[in-house]
Design a protein around this ligand. Sequence first.
Ligand code: ADP
Ligand code: MG
Length: 658
Amino acid sequence: MPHIQQLDAHVADLIAAGEVVERPASVVKELVENTIDAGASAVVVEIQRGGMGLIRVTDNGCGIAPEELPTAFLRHATSKLRCEEDLGKIGTLGFRGEALAAISAVSRVDILTRRPGTDLGARLHLEGGVAGAVEEAGAPEGTTIIVRDLFYNTPARLKFMRKDSAETAAVSGLMQHLALSHPDISFKFIKDGAEALHTPGDGKLDSAIYAALGREFARSLVPVEGRGGEAAVTGFVTKPLLGRGSRSMQVFFVNGRFIKSQLLTAALEEGYRNQIMKGKFPGCVLSVTLPVTAVDVNVHPAKTQVKFAREREVFDAVYHTVLDCLDRDGAPAPAPKPAGETVNPRQDFFQSMDARSFRQRAEATASKPAVPPRPQPRPAAPARPAFDSEAPGRMARVADSAPEKQPYRAAFRPVEKVSIGKPPASVAEPPGKAAAPGPEKAEKPPRPFVPAIPRQQTLDLPEQQTIEPPKEAPWRIAGEVLHTYIVCESEDGCVWLIDKHAAHERMNFDRLKAAQEPPMRQTLLQPVAAELGREDAALLLENREALERFGFACEDFGDGTILVREVPADIDAADTAATLEEFAEKLRTGRSPAEKREGLLHTMACKAAIKGGWTSDPAELRVLVDKVQSGEVKYCPHGRPVAVKLTKYELEKMFKRV
Ligand code: ADP
Ligand code: MG
């Protein structure tokens, strides 16, 4: 065994630095937190090569006195804490006195600072933690810190750095959070010479949200305000109908500090229970304010987690604030869908249909007016399924008081002629009152969503798929209930309930998994601009090749927006952004390449599946039933059963016949 020795100070510093400075974003976080603690009202952050080349943070805060400058870079040197007692009531973002020491230990640092009211400033250069001499210098009021060549003396850490684009994205995401945490400070973020974020610093959270997270997200929000016990909750949450594909847009602050907290996530989501679609998540920018003694921030070196003294109280405050606001907003009741929308709007399911009838449908559709009349919203009266006289044997969803019966609309969607630049009414403005937009100059030109036009629609006939006839007599389809479950009867007298979405999802999953060829694509007449947030966008762009293989042609559109020009033929273009959002989530959470691929396949299979709530054509139902009967489709890709069997005996028992 080697002898036990105390590490020399330099090695100990490098180890300690590793805890605080993990990547460029952690440097930016610490430096910007210092500017906030210094009382700055304007902060400029500039990075080059994801922060690996240079990080410059400038503020107009209180500055550092020249004689204290070297002390600021010593470990455990801080102006924010004096004694043990102070640890229990931390009101500043920093308190550990470690950041400047840690950063300077693994980089080359220059600092220039002047305290307001003094004539002369000072500068200092440090390299690998070793400080030069403090020099007098003219300087603007406040502090500028430049960090160069991060990790130049720790090659092991350097090896673990991801691509510059990923580091840039991490810093961008962080800057968003910092800007949102302090709407009273104007933040400017410049990456590789281009301005990427600029908040007005007018003290209004909605202006900061607009500038940092984009117009579309800002418009999906409603304000919330409430309190419970000692906790005050303010901010914005998404309207339930505008839930998101992942939790990436859940932003929480506690006493002005961005934190990750399962407790707050759970409280928020509990507020949305039964109000948001399954698989969708609320987004938010929520700020919780507590007395400094009611929260412990000293639980994580990067200070991204906190411990609440009274967890239940905080949970209840957030939960009730969200719930009350959603109740008041009247948002929970889903808006009535236009009658036409209950019909499966997908044009690609008919793999069992023969080419002739496919072509007939295509021709029939083409002869219709190019712009179909916009479906009227269904009256509030409850809809009931009815048999339609024009198409005997086919189920249609018809409102009792509808002036005319809606004939079954072919699942083949007519090609819509679209006027470019004018979004369809249904997507132009989400219902409800929109969050106040920020300054006009930040407005991007409108990016209308335009429905996809399948490429060469009449030529790309789906291949006919032969389905093995089941050995036993095919199950009789008795009907469909709740627009979700197919009711069948088997020859041996059992009743089967099939979840049509789950069954179709499984079919898609198996097909995609086995596919050798890339999927058929549709070119969008006008590309969809998906505003995903900077981190998600960078993650997806890093995996652009994988997306290509799945049939998505994507480009970077800047500012966390991805421009999608092509999507797989079996994905509805309106689902593009949601699909990409889910992709990002799967890429983030997948622990191995195989798990990530599987995750992407799940998303594709789900998005391409017919949905519960759509009225399906009997031909669609037949395909699904045969697949389930043959035993090919048993569980959905998430492991849930696709079919439930009720034997005759079980039924008779229920009715006390036996
Ligand atoms: P902490 O923030 O935990 O106190 P740091 O190592 O981040 O520790 O900073 C050490 C000290 O340097 C701070 O306590 C503060 O007094 C001073 N300081 C750092 N950055 C700034 C700044 N931008 N403006 C004014 N003072 C600063
Ligand atoms: Mg600090």
